[in-house]
Design a protein around this ligand. Structure first.
Ligand SMILES: [Zn+2]
Length: 483
């Protein structure tokens, strides 16, 4: 990467590097500075104060009102990172985020760098010309067309009864956004959920419908899966009934952290962080210690055996329970379903991010971590896993692949999607989508080799999903080889 110094700053001894944005006058990277800011203010206010005080550099005229704090993360003893969301006339700008890095020490605070995208050319009106209802209908139709095109290209299997015209999908309006193209495109963001006609594959699409023309301007899948669907998934089913709740039920009160044990699918014994539920008199695959010391979050593993992907993508399946045991030993079904692996691996991933980056859980704020295991493809084998925006869902595997939670890199991959969603929030399309996938792979792999103590000189160190293989050699069946 070439770092270009802005001519305006060539004679200034301050920033060592300023990389100007290509589409905007706001620099996409400023580093090598140590500039004092308010040490007593809240981090977000100090960050915006810095941007406002340096208008000639940042070209952000109203940092106080056009930048809204998304998060402020403290790392280590003195580093602070503030992430700000750009708004245009009060409407969120997609991809318009600016990050300010600071250090606080001995009662003083300095800005050490900034980065991100702030779009200065926006001038669009923010009054929609089409109604929200029209936008939702157009979004559903556009998703049906996208899936129909996949069918026509042979990218998805077509069933005997599949009717590409029947959608079985619903759209939910999520408000207005400004797409940062030229002067800006005002759009409705619509989430389309359902099952794909013909294949029954779960669908969660984000569709941005131009609020003036009424036509889709941007569209991508919000389901971040591990692998492309296998062609063997042929027999389509109808969306199962009964999956309606939005999130998990409240955790039982008064859980007592305990240490249990279980057998992983690979045969290794695992020490498990579990909880005793005094009301039920049993033990749960609920880690009541790891996060609860600092936050309310619970890391839990749920029995979703028999539930189909259609019941678990973008919604919480009704009636599922955390895995439980009358004593502290988890085996049998907890092993065979991949629950022991999911629970142990999720703890490893949590610890990796906490220890190396000071990050408390996927959302950086100690939020709950939920893993669903044993999920089928309409009752059939399902060798895939995904992050659906709020939770991890692991398929039950097939003839070759064990239940998908049985490899640390797969769990690390899915949970990293969760961390990305709560940090950079890389749009899951085009280059940012490729970056999203790549980061999930790299971090999943790093967590795997760390947890397993695999030296990087091992030729298998770069394999993803190699622990899932039942019959073939690891190199022949692994999902990817990062080497
Ligand atoms: Zn992925």
């Amino acid at each position: 990467m070439t770092l270009q110094a802005s001519p305006a700053w060539a004679a200034d001894p301050g920033p060592s590097n300023i990389l100007p944005g290509q589409d905007t006058a706001t620099p996409v990277l400023v580093e090598g500075i140590r500039e004092s800011v308010d040490a007593k203010a809240a981090p977000a206010d100090a960050a915006r104060g810095h941007l406002a005080a340096n208008k000639s550099r940042y070209k952000i005229p109203r940092a106080g009102s056009d930048l809204v704090p998304l998060s402020a993360t403290a790392t280590g003893s003195k580093d602070e990172t503030v992430r700000l969301q750009q708004k245009h006339r009060g409407v969120e700008v997609l991809g318009g985020q600016y990050v300010v890095r600071m250090q606080k020490q001995d009662g003083k605070r300095v800005v050490t760098g900034t980065s991100g995208h702030y779009f200065t050319a926006l001038n669009t009106d923010v009054t929609p010309q089409v109604t929200e209802d029209v936008a939702v209908r157009r979004a559903v139709a556009a998703t049906a067309r996208r899936l129909g095109a996949d069918l026509d290209k042979g990218q998805a299997p077509r069933s005997e009864s599949g009717d590409p015209a029947a959608t079985g999908m619903t759209g939910e309006a999520k408000g207005l956004v400004v797409l940062p193209k030229g002067g800006g495109v005002l759009a409705y963001r619509v989430t389309v959920r359902g099952t794909a006609p013909g294949t029954g594959a779960p669908v969660v699409d984000e569709v941005y419908v131009d609020a003036r023309s009424g036509y889709p301007a941007l569209q991508y899948s919000a389901l971040k899966t591990l692998a492309a669907p296998k062609a063997a998934m042929g027999t389509a089913g109808r969306a199962a009934e009964g999956a309606t709740a939005d999130g998990p039920p409240a955790a039982p009160p008064n859980l007592v952290p305990e240490t249990g044990s279980g057998a992983r699918l690979g045969g290794a014994a695992a020490s498990l962080d579990i909880a005793y539920d005094p009301a039920a008199g049993n033990y749960l695959l609920a880690d009541a210690g790891r996060m609860r010391a600092t936050s309310k979050g619970l890391l839990s593993t749920w029995d979703a055996r028999g539930k189909s992907v259609s019941e678990t993508s973008g919604k919480w399946p009704s009636g599922i329970k955390m895995f439980s045991s009358p004593n502290t030993t988890f085996g049998g079904a907890a092993t065979d379903s991949g629950a022991v692996d999911a629970h142990w691996n999720a703890g490893q991933v949590y610890d990796f991010y906490k220890k190396n980056f000071g990050r408390d859980s996927l959302d950086g704020a100690g939020g709950a971590v939920n893993s669903l295991v044993g999920v089928t493809y309409y009752g059939l084998p399902y060798a895939n896993a995904f992050w659906d925006g709020t939770k991890m869902v692991y398929g039950n595997g097939d003839d070759e692949f064990k239940p998908m939670s049985a490899d640390t890199d797969v769990v690390g991959h899915e949970m990293t999607h969760g961390i990305i969603e709560h940090s950079a929030n890389l749009v899951y399309a085009g280059q940012s989508g490729a970056l999203n996938e790549a980061l999930a792979d790299y971090f999943g792999n790093a967590i795997d080799v760390t947890a397993s103590g695999t030296p990087m000189s091992d030729p298998a160190a770069g394999l993803i999903g190699e622990d899932l293989c039942r019959t073939k050699a690891a190199a022949d069946c692994a999902l990817r080889d990062l080497n």
